[in-house]
Design a protein around this ligand. Structure first.
Ligand code: NFE
Length: 512
C-alpha cells in the first residue's frame, strides 16, 4: 500500500526545504520505491521587490544579501547587469580581481558542501569517541557526540532520528576517522578561503569592494602575496585531502553512481570572465552551453521562462525574466520557488552541468582528458556522471581546476594599474548579468528608469534544481532524481537525503 515519507526540514542544506514523497512496496523485497516526490521551498524573501525604486548601484550590495554562502556570485551578476545597462566594461585588473574573489568563494563553498553538509551522510561520527588527543576541536566534537548519545539527541546525520544504522556509513574505523579529521581541517581551510576572498573583496561573506568594472581596492604586491600564500595551502588541501576523501567515499558507496539520476538536461551560463567584456556570450573559464538529449547547444537566454502554476505566486506564468513578476500568494501551489524552464525543458544546473557542458561542448581538451582519466581510474563510464557521486566528483574537479587557474590570474594582475573604471549612470537602460554560482546558473535582469531600478528579476541555481512541477506537470530536477529511488527502510530515508544533498540546495537563494 502507498504511504508517504517526508523529510521536513531537510537539514545540512541552506534554507528551509521539505521533501514529501509517496512510496510503494518494491515487489516483495521488503523495500520501498519513491513513486512521486515534491520539493517544497518553505519561505518567501522578496528581495526583487525591495530593489524597486532604489539606486541601481545599491543592487550589488542588496543582492549579495540573498545569501551568505554564494554572495559573490550575486554581487557579480548584479555588477554585470549594471555594466550592460550602463554600456561599460571591466578593466583587466578589475576582471581578474573579481575572478580571484569569486574563485576563493567557490573553493570555500565546494569544501563546505563536501565536508560540512554532505559527508555526514557517509561518515560514522561516533568514530570520534575513540579520540584521546589534545586537539580542542576534536575534543569538543567527541564530547558533543557523547552527550548526544547519552541523551539520545538527534545526530547531524539524521535529525529526524536518533541516528542511522551503522551499516549506512563507511565501514572501516580508519576511513571514518580520516574523514572526521578532514572535516575539522576543512573548517580552517574555509576560513583561509574567506580570508583569501577578503584580500581583494575587503570583507566576507558580503564583499564591499565589488563594483561594476572591477573592485574598489588597489592591486598591490602585498595583496598578491597574501592571496598566494593562502591559495598554496588551499590547493594542497584540495589535492591531498579533499580529492582523496572524495575517492574514498566514491569507492565505498559505488552504488551511488546509479542513484539520483535526473533528466540529463544540463544548463551553464558560463563564469569567470576571460575577456574584458560583459553581457552574453562571453569567453569564460567555465564555458556556457546547454545539453539536451546528450547533445551540446549554444546558450540562448531568450528560451528561458518561469512557470508558477504550482508556486505560491499569483503573477502570470510563462514569463521571460525581463517581464517576470513576484506577487506572493501564500495559499496557492506547494512551493515558494518558481519553476524555470529552458526551451520548455527541465534543466539541471550546477557543477555537474558545468562539467557536462565542458565535456560535451567545444574545446577544453585538457579538462576533457582529466574527466576521462578520473572516470576510467574508477572504472565508471561518463554516462554515470548523472548521479549522486557524479555531482560530488564534479565539485572536486572544479576545485582542482580553479585552484590551478588562480595562480595564472595572480600572475596576470598588473601592479598599480586601475582595478576599476570611472562611469556615469544613465537615466534609463537595461542589462543582464549571467554567471555561474557554485550551485549553478545565475542570472540577474535589471531595468533602470529615471536613474532608479524599475524592475529586477533573478533566476537562481536552486530555483532551477529544486523547482516544483511546472504548468505542464513536469517534475523539477531534484523531484525527478528522487522518483524511482528504492529506500531500504522508509523510516530512515537516507537515500533521499543523499540525493537531495548531492545538488547542494540553497533555498535562501532559490526563493530570494
Ligand atoms: Ni545560497 Fe547560491 C549558489 C546562488 S544557490 S548558495 O551557489 O545564486 O541557488
Amino acid at each position: 500500500m502507498a504511504q508517504t515519507v517526508a523529510i521536513s526540514p531537510l537539514t545540512r542544506i541552506e534554507g528551509h526545504l521539505a521533501i514529501h514523497t509517496e512510496v510503494e512496496p518494491d515487489g516483495s523485497t521488503g523495500r520501498f520505491k519513491i513513486t512521486q516526490a515534491r520539493c517544497e521551498g518553505e519561505m518567501f524573501r522578496g528581495i526583487e521587490t525591495i530593489l524597486q525604486g532604489r539606486d541601481p548601484l545599491d543592487a550589488q550590495q542588496i543582492t549579495q544579501r540573498i545569501c551568505g554562502v554564494c554572495p559573490i556570485s550575486h554581487g557579480l551578476a548584479s555588477c554585470m547587469a549594471q555594466e550592460t545597462a550602463y554600456g561599460i566594461r571591466p578593466t583587466r585588473n578589475g576582471r581578474i580581481a573579481q575572478n580571484l574573489i569569486f574563485a576563493a568563494n567557490y573553493l570555500q563553498s565546494h569544501i563546505l558542501h563536501f565536508y560540512h553538509l554532505a559527508a555526514l551522510d557517509f561518515v560514522d561520527i561516533t568514530a570520534v569517541l575513540n579520540y584521546n588527543g589534545n586537539d580542542p576541536t576534536l575534543s569538543a566534537l567527541r564530547n558533543w557526540v557523547q552527550n548526544a548519545l547519552d541523551k539520545n539527541l538527534a545526530f547531524p546525520g539524521a535529525p529526524f532520528l536518533p541516528r542511522y544504522e551503522v551499516k549506512q556509513y563507511l565501514n572501516s574505523d580508519e576511513s571514518n576517522w580520516k574523514l572526521i579529521n578532514s572535516y575539522v581541517q576543512a573548517l580552517q581551510i574555509r576560513r583561509l578561503a574567506h580570508e583569501m576572498a577578503a584580500v581583494f573583496g575587503a570583507k566576507l561573506p558580503h564583499s564591499t569592494s565589488l563594483v561594476p568594472t572591477g573592485v574598489t581596492g588597489e592591486i598591490t604586491i602585498e595583496r598578491v602575496l597574501a592571496y598566494k600564500a593562502r591559495l598554496a595551502q588551499i590547493t594542497e588541501f584540495v589535492q591531498s585531502v579533499y580529492l582523496p576523501d572524495l575517492l574514498t567515499a566514491a569507492a565505498a558507496f559505488g552504488h551511488y553512481w546509479d542513484i539520483g539520476r535526473s533528466y540529463g538536461n544540463f544548463l551553464s551560463y558560463g563564469a569567470f570572465r576571460m575577456e574584458e567584456n560583459t553581457g552574453e556570450n562571453l569567453l569564460n573559464f567555465f564555458p556556457s552551453g546547454v545539453i539536451i538529449g546528450g547533445r551540446f547547444q549554444p546558450l540562448d537566454t531568450q528560451k528561458i521562462r518561469e512557470y508558477v502554476e504550482n508556486s505560491r505566486y499569483s503573477s502570470p506564468s510563462n514569463l521571460h525574466p525581463w517581464d517576470g513578476q513576484t506577487k506572493p500568494a501564500p495559499s496557492k501551489g506547494y512551493s515558494w520557488l518558481k519553476a524555470p524552464r529552458y526551451d520548455n525543458q527541465v534543466m539541471e544546473v550546477g557543477p555537474l552541468a558545468r562539467v557536462m557542458v565542458t565535456y560535451l561542448g567545444p574545446g577544453n581538451d585538457a579538462r576533457k582528458k582529466e574527466i576521462e582519466d578520473t572516470l576510467s581510474s574508477l572504472s565508471v563510464p561518463v554516462e554515470k556522471m548523472n548521479s549522486v557521486l557524479g555531482r560530488h566528483l564534479a565539485r572536486g574537479l572544479e576545485a582542482r581546476w580553479l585552484a590551478a587557474q588562480c595562480v595564472r590570474w595572480l600572475n596576470e594582475l598588473e601592479l598599480d594599474q586601475p582595478a576599476a573604471a570611472d562611469f556615469s549612470l544613465p537615466r534609463q537602460g537595461r542589462g543582464v548579468g549571467l554567471t555561474e554560482a557554485p550551485r549553478g546558473a545565475l542570472g540577474h535582469w535589471l531595468t533602470i528608469q529615471n536613474y532608479k531600478i524599475e524592475h529586477y528579476q533573478c533566476i537562481v541555481p536552486t530555483t532551477w534544481n529544486c523547482s516544483p512541477r511546472d504548468d505542464q506537470g513536469r517534475a523539477g530536477a531534484v523531484e525527478k532524481a528522487l522518483e524511482g529511488t528504492v529506500l531500504e527502510d522508509p523510516a530512515q530515508p537516507i537515500e533521499a537525503g543523499r540525493i537531495v544533498r548531492s545538488f547542494d540546495p540553497c533555498i535562501a537563494c532559490a526563493v530570494h
